[in-house]
Design a protein around this ligand. Sequence first.
Ligand code: NAI
Length: 332
Amino acid sequence: MSEPIRVVVTGAAGQIAYSLLYIIAKGDVFGPNQPLILHLLDIPVMMDVLQGVVMELADCALPLLHEVIPTADPAVAFKDVFAAFLVGAMPRRQGMERKDLLSANVKIFKEQGEALDNYARKDVKVLVVGNPANTNALVCSKYAPSLPPENFTAMTRLDQNRARAQIAEKAGVPVSCVSNLIIWGNHSSTQVPDASHAKVMKNGTTMSAADAIQNDSWLKQEFVETIQKRGAAVIAARKMSSAMSAANAAADHMRSWFMGTSNDEFVCMGVMSDGSYGAPKNVVYSFPITIKNGKWSIVQGLKIDDFFANMMNLTGQELEEERKEAFSVIQA
Ligand code: NAI
């Protein structure tokens, strides 16, 4: 068995972490032969709650979990970490303007970027889950100048998983028969769920989603809106935001990054844009991605029709506006 790796989860006393910590600690992300030391960061007022989480992790008696370090100090939390799940963020409270939320969160991600820069391993893989996830990842990267920008990613895997599940249900096949859904752009209501390049295995043949579903207008309207509004639909039903599916998606994202993608499969991640597909540069934009040996690349050469190209422009513009607001808050 190899040496333990250090993995930090922030917002460790919160809802998503409650599901995520168990998935990581039992070996479903880094593999069944990789021991772990978990660093759990939350804010000082949550330390009692965090102790409860530490007790439960101990009571799971998980063989891969060598040590658990609960802390409210970023210097301890980020020390020598190999992977970072940045889940902790300020939730939107009643009466809070979008700008107030952005302002509170960019400050958190500036501080955590600096701590990663000072204390983490230089090859640390950072996944930002806390919203606004794409812009938080951008801020974090900018304040960690000694770390390569490609180490910073934002989560759109939940949206991709939601899209896969909707296509599978409509096509009448198990979800394992559906792959290569794309989420372009921001993890927000402007995101672009695109099934044009999806593959569906139906009746023993691999076909496009359009052939499997035979309803082009559904793919461009109802499907797109369902994915864009799925988070709100879960909140309306559960009276709390999606936590189990978000934790599952965070684990999927990091596992793909750590283990790689299979031959003709791609996954979606928010990554530093190089301008591919006309996206603005210098924002964290969700693209289709393949991964080999821990390095991701944007899938190139996919054909985009005018319908999706227009939507991709809008979500790109939103990211540029968020970037402007975020840096004006930090510099104020
Ligand atoms: P939660 O409110 O249950 O937990 C958040 C935790 O973060 C709390 O324990 C809080 O004390 C902690 N926290 C706040 N500031 C912190 C700081 N500076 N350092 C460390 N910890 C801090 O929220 P939940 O449900 O776990 O969601 C977390 C975030 O994930 C939210 O921003 C939510 O919007 C986002 N989210 C993102 C999704 C995505 O697809 N990218 C999907 C679902 C949620």
